[in-house]
Design a protein around this ligand. Structure first.
Ligand code: DAH
Length: 339
């Protein structure tokens, strides 16, 4: 059998072809299912086990060389085959499909642009954070449930090293380094240990805004909120504030906008209330200012935070959060015109 393999090997190495038909005939002769090499492979089953290793090696070599040779011959004359007469230089090029920006990037930019027009500068911070910046500095009590394992991802044996659960951590980072006036907008990714479903994900995106200066009042906050809502969702948009609780703001509120689908009349989307919730906000708690080295007797400030996915859902009706991270091109293409 080895002799037969060697003869074939030599034959293969000397192969020559003049055209595509001949090449195809050779491919069939050697490499097809009923070709020479397949036949040898069948015979290989009957080789005595003590010879299997040696014969197997020769056989593999032959298979490899034959494939190589056929590819080589094909490469050689596919070049020759194209005579200059076949080239059509006037043909339109292959259509080029441009990529689109991700819907979350589109909305993030829009939010940042609106606040940018009010004089807010972008500030960013790390996603791998520590307990101080995410919780303690922001006035979270030692036993606050948000610190629980259920919400926070710990990434090392050191329980103070965590993935940030909100972008409020960037407030602290900026206030520690800078004295007022501070006027920042902080977009970024945040992580929470949640089961993934259409309405929850283990990571999502937030934008945080912070303004600290002398004499900043709740009225200033309200005006900025109304401006933002009208810019983002249209001039007919109304807002309402409901009292709420966050450790880092006092007083705290949640803001609803009049449902931008039914205009406030009531529909399935707003659960027939006419309102949809979009963000949390409040006056920065004096403890937070003091924790960051800003004198709360001289300065005051407001903060607000919103989920980019939530705003995107309201603007574009994307009601399954998972779509944002699956990279399905059919979904992403829907945003071509919004770019
Ligand atoms: N950090 C809050 C959250 O993740 C959102 C938030 C609420 C931010 C109120 C704020 C604020 O700055 O004032 O749910």
């Amino acid at each position: 059998m080895i002799d037969r393999i060697k003869t074939l090997l030599q034959e293969v190495e000397e192969l020559k072809v003049a055209n595509a038909d001949e090449l195809e005939a050779l491919r069939i002769k050697y490499l097809s299912k009923k070709g020479e090499i397949s036949r040898l492979m069948n015979d290989f089953r009957n080789v005595a086990s003590e010879h299997k290793k040696e014969v197997g090696q020769h056989l593999n070599l032959l298979k490899e060389k034959a494939q190589q040779k056929i590819n080589e011959l094909r490469d050689n004359f596919s070049g020759e085959d194209v005579s200059s007469d076949d080239l059509d230089l006037t043909r339109t090029p292959y259509p080029i499909t441009l990529g689109t920006r991700h819907p979350l990037s589109i909305v993030k930019k829009e939010i940042c642009d609106i606040f940018g027009r009010l004089g807010f500068n972008i500030a960013e911070g790390p996603e791998i954070e520590d307990d101080w910046h995410v919780f303690s500095s922001l006035n979270f009590a030692e036993d606050h449930p948000a610190r629980d394992m259920q919400d926070t991802f710990f990434i090392s044996h050191d329980p103070t090293v965590i993935l940030r659960t909100h972008t409020s951590s960037v407030q602290t980072r900026v206030m520690e380094k800078q004295q007022p006036p501070i006027r920042i907008i902080c977009p970024g990714r945040v992580y929470r240990n949640e089961a993934i479903s259409y309405r929850a994900h283990c990571f999502f995106h937030q934008v945080e805004a912070l303004y600290v200066d002398k004499n900043v009042s709740f009225a200033d906050l309200k005006q900025v909120l109304l401006f933002f809502a009208k810019e983002m969702f249209g001039t007919d948009t109304r807002i309402r504030l409901r009292p709420s609780y966050f450790p880092f703001t006092e007083p705290s509120a949640e803001m609803d906008i009049s449902c931008n689908l039914c205009g406030g009349k009531g529909c399935a989307f707003c659960k027939h209330t006419g309102w949809v919730e979009i963000l949390g906000c409040g006056m920065v708690h004096p403890n937070v200012l003091d924790n960051c080295g800003i004198d709360s007797k001289i300065y005051s400030g407001y903060a607000l935070g919103m989920g980019i996915e939530r705003i995107t859902n309201l603007k574009y009706r994307v009601n399954d959060l998972r779509l944002f991270s699956e990279n399905d091109i059919r979904f992403l293409r829907e945003f071509e015109s919004a770019n």
